[in-house]
Structure formats: structure tokens, C-alpha cells
Design a protein around this ligand. Structure first.
Ligand SMILES: Cc1cc2nc3c(=O)[nH]c(=O)nc-3n(C[C@H](O)[C@H](O)[C@H](O)COP(=O)(O)OP(=O)(O)OC[C@H]3O[C@@H](n4cnc5c(N)ncnc54)[C@H](O)[C@@H]3O)c2cc1C
Length: 415
């Protein structure tokens, strides 16, 4: 006897090679890089794409190191955002108001050392490219309800009941990674008692592409060049003072700003909202588990003193893309522990080194102990005169120093 059709049919699962959780700056770039090379990718993000592009979602601008600009360019994300970026031509670092500078010129670097871009510009480029790639599926807003990983594969069930099957899950869901917690991977966190106030300012005189960083006792104060006569500020303060500063009336806020900014760019005035980001260092105990890898801030979160958090996430992207695209071309299973441990081996120490460097800089500079301040100022002046050491620091800022294998995307080479 024929059976009556069931009224509740189970939806067919979406079957993909790779599931990416988190379609932010790192996860979105990774999804584009993999999908452009024919890897079938599903990306889920907890936030609606319209909200991700709203002016009040993320007020930050990022310094993109030259090597990471090459990653974005090779993936095809740079071209749509290029017009909204500003080349970094000089970098000037000083301890407080000391007249002794560490100064990098574009002439020493042979061209721009990197580029400044609004985070929103990269998000826009990602959200334009992803839907146009036949092997990518973006599901947003969407949330994971369960995630099962076994030797046979990965099965994710979303809060709305949709099911995704993949060979591997890549966690790009940021510092508070849900996937990392679900996998029981621990993290170490170190606080600085500092919060970054971020805002955009207009000024009277052109910045000539010069990025300025002053180390003040409360933390770094960075003036980062943006297109036209505008700059993005990262003004670090002690946590307990930040709410009061954010709530200041415009005229008093302006006066506090001028005290720190100085008058080297003529008059200065804030434009747009004030944002706040608490600053901590964190690193995951390991980057991989059964059919799972952590990428970007889900694996490592650093203080923005050197402007490297996203850059190091893009380094992860370059490495894991190369590993997975090569394996895909050979018809291999993309979730094997051999591939994932190769990724961890290539990325963990490079990330730990930068976490260590940023941590030392923050702790050394965020105080006003007189002998320490004197040593810092003399140190800055000495490094400025020591050509090989100065060049090493410059290459770090440009992203051309890499522990071990330099992936092709960071050299601007096609895979
Ligand atoms: C003040 C400040 C200035 C900075 N300046 C620079 C700089 O100049 N240069 C630089 O290189 N770096 C900089 N950084 C660091 C940089 O912003 C981060 O490293 C970068 O945003 C990390 O990107 P991500 O994609 O890994 O994580 P996130 O940007 O946190 O993105 C995570 C994504 O995952 C989604 N998500 C989260 N949880 C879930 C979930 N459970 N399910 C589904 N989706 C989820 C979110 O919606 C988001 O889209 C700065 C940081 C700060 C705080």
C-alpha cells in the first residue's frame, strides 16, 4: 500500500568542501580565496550583511602591510577598494613629546610601506565578490546550533534547522569564537587595562601619507593617514577613563584631542562617531582539532600598537589557502590531520612572535617611569641610526619578514 507523503520534509543538507564560520575581514577573504580556486565553500555569519556595512558597525581603519595588500590583490579584493585607500609613505614614531624620532621614509622602502583602508571598504569588496562566485554560498545572518566533527566529516546544524555537511570547518569567528569553545580549545588572555578610542578627524594641512605614533603613558596615540585631509585616530586610554572621555561634550572633547594631537596638521576637528575597543592579548592553546582549524582573531588577538592583528590573520589565510587548494587539486580529503597540522606548524610560531613583540612594546612604553622613559628615548634615537636593525623593523611593518615558508599569495603570485 502506498504511504501518504509526510507533511514535514527534511531539508536536503548543503554539501560543501569547507565550512567557514565568520565572514568578517579574515573569514570573508579566506572564503573568496578558496572559492576563486574552485573549492566549494559555505560561509555563515551571525550578522546581517546590511548591518556589517552600516557606518556604525565598525569605525576602525586598518594599516594593511604591503605583503598583505598583495594577498588581497591576488584574491581580487584590492581592485574594488583601491580608490578608497591611502598609501603609507612615511612612518614616524616618538616617545611622548620627545624630539627624538624613529623615522621611516618611503625612499628607504622603495615605495609605500602599506596602505590605510576603512575596514568597511574590505567588507564591501568581500560582500560584492562572494555572491558572484559560483562555488561560494553565504548564509547570513545565521547561527550554529550544533557542530559534529568525526573522522567521516563535519555536520553543522543552524539555529533555523538548515544543515551543512563539509570536510573541514574553519573558525574565523573572532576573539569570542563559538567554534573554539565548542571544540573545547582553551585560550590564554592578558589584559592591559587599556581601551582604544577610535575616531576620524579632518585637519587643515595634508598629512603627506605620514603615519605618526606617539607613545603616551596611557598607551599609544596613533594618527593614521586616510584619503584627503583626514586621519584615523587610535587614542589609547586607561579603561576606567574611557567612558568619561566618550561622553564629553564636543568642545571639551576637542580640547582634550588637541592636547594630544598637537598642531602639526593645523586645525583638527572630529568627524563622525567615537568608538571604543577594549584591548587584550589572547592566544589559543592550539589551532587545530578533528577536521577543524582556527584562523585570524579566533586563534590570536593582539594589541593594535603595531597595526598587525588583521595582517597576521591574512597571513593565516595565505597559508591555509595554499594548503587546501593544493590538496583540492590532488583530489584529497581537505580535513585530514596532516593538512591541518601543517597549517598549525607554519603559522603558530610566527603569530606567537608578533604577540610577544606587541606585548613587550606595550608594556615598555605605557608608563612614565623616568629612567625607563629616558632609555626608551635614547633607544629610539639609536635604532634610527642603526641601519640594519631599522631595516629589520621596517620589513616587519611591511610584512616581508616571515618565519619559515612565505606563501605564494603574500608574494603576489597566483596559486
Ligand atoms: C582599535 C583597533 C585597531 C586595529 N588596527 C589594526 C590595523 O591597523 N591593522 C591590522 O592588521 N589590524 C588591526 N586591528 C586588528 C583587527 O581589527 C582584527 O585583527 C581583525 O578584525 C580580525 O578579523 P577576524 O575576521 O579574524 O575577526 P572579526 O573582525 O572579529 O570578525 C569575526 C566575524 O565573525 C562573525 N561571528 C562572530 N561570532 C560568530 C558566530 N558565533 N557565528 C557566526 N558568525 C560569527 C562576526 O559577525 C564577524 O563578521 C585593530 C584592532 C583594534 C581593536
Amino acid at each position: 500500500m502506498p504511504t501518504a507523503p509526510s507533511s514535514s520534509t527534511t531539508p536536503t543538507p548543503l554539501v560543501k568542501d569547507v565550512l567557514i564560520v565568520g565572514g568578517g575581514l579574515v573569514g570573508g577573504t579566506l572564503a573568496c580565496a578558496l572559492a576563486r580556486h574552485g573549492v566549494d565553500v559555505a560561509v555563515i555569519d551571525g550578522t546581517d550583511p546590511k548591518a556589517l556595512l552600516a557606518a556604525d558597525y565598525d569605525g576602525r581603519c586598518s594599516a594593511i602591510a604591503l605583503a598583505c595588500q598583495k594577498v588581497l590583490d591576488t584574491v581580487g579584493l584590492w581592485e574594488p577598494m583601491a580608490e578608497e585607500t591611502q598609501p603609507i609613505l612615511d612612518i614616524r614614531v616618538a616617545d611622548g613629546d620627545s624630539p627624538l624620532f624613529l623615522h621611516y621614509w618611503q625612499e628607504d622602502a622603495g615605495g609605500p610601506m602599506g596602505y590605510m583602508a576603512e575596514n568597511r571598504s574590505l567588507r564591501k569588496a568581500i560582500l560584492k565578490m562572494l555572491p558572484a562566485l559560483p562555488s561560494a554560498t553565504l548564509l547570513a545572518p545565521a547561527r550554529l546550533a550544533t557542530l559534529d566533527r568525526s573522522v567521516d566529516g563535519v555536520t553543522a546544524v543552524l539555529a533555523d534547522g538548515r544543515e551543512i555537511k563539509a570536510r573541514v570547518v574553519l573558525a574565523c569567528d573572532g576573539r569570542r569564537s563559538q567554534v573554539r569553545s565548542m571544540a573545547g580549545i582553551g585560550i590564554k588572555t592578558l589584559g592591559y587595562g587599556q581601551t582604544a578610542i577610535v575616531l576620524t578627524v579632518e585637519h587643515e594641512l595634508p598629512h603627506e601619507g605620514c603615519a605618526v605614533e606617539h607613545f603616551l603613558p596611557a598607551g599609544p596615540f596613533a594618527i593614521l593617514p586616510m584619503p584627503g585631509n583626514t586621519s584615523s585616530l587610535v587614542w589609547t586610554e586607561k579603561d576606567h577613563l574611557v567612558k568619561g572621555i566618550l561622553d564629553l561634550p564636543d568642545d571639551i572633547f576637542q580640547a582634550e584631542l588637541e592636547k594630544r594631537f598637537g598642531d602639526f596638521l593645523g586645525w583638527v576637528k572630529p568627524v563622525g562617531p567615537r568608538f571604543a575597543y577594549p584591548l587584550t592579548l589572547q592566544f589559543a592553546d592550539r589551532y587545530v582539532d578533528t577536521r577543524l582549524a582556527l584562523v585570524g582573531d579566533a586563534a590570536h588577538g593582539m594589541h593594535p600598537v603595531a597595526g598587525q592583528g588583521m595582517n597576521y590573520g591574512l597571513r593565516d589565510v595565505a597559508v591555509i589557502t595554499e594548503i587546501l587548494v593544493n590538496a583540492h587539486r590532488l583530489g584529497m580529503d581537505l580535513g585530514t590531520s596532516t593538512l591541518l597540522t601543517d597549517y598549525q606548524a607554519m603559522r603558530r610560531y610566527d603569530n606567537l612572535l608578533m604577540l610577544g613583540i606587541t606585548d613587550v612594546i606595550v608594556r615598555l612604553f605605557s608608563n612614565d617611569i623616568k629612567p625607563v622613559a629616558l632609555a626608551r628615548r635614547l633607544g629610539i634615537a639609536a635604532v634610527d641610526k642603526m641601519t640594519p636593525l631599522k631595516k629589520l623593523f621596517m620589513n616587519h611593518a611591511m610584512g616581508t619578514v616571515n618565519l619559515g615558508h612565505t606563501p605564494k599569495l603574500m608574494k603576489g603570485e597566483a596559486l
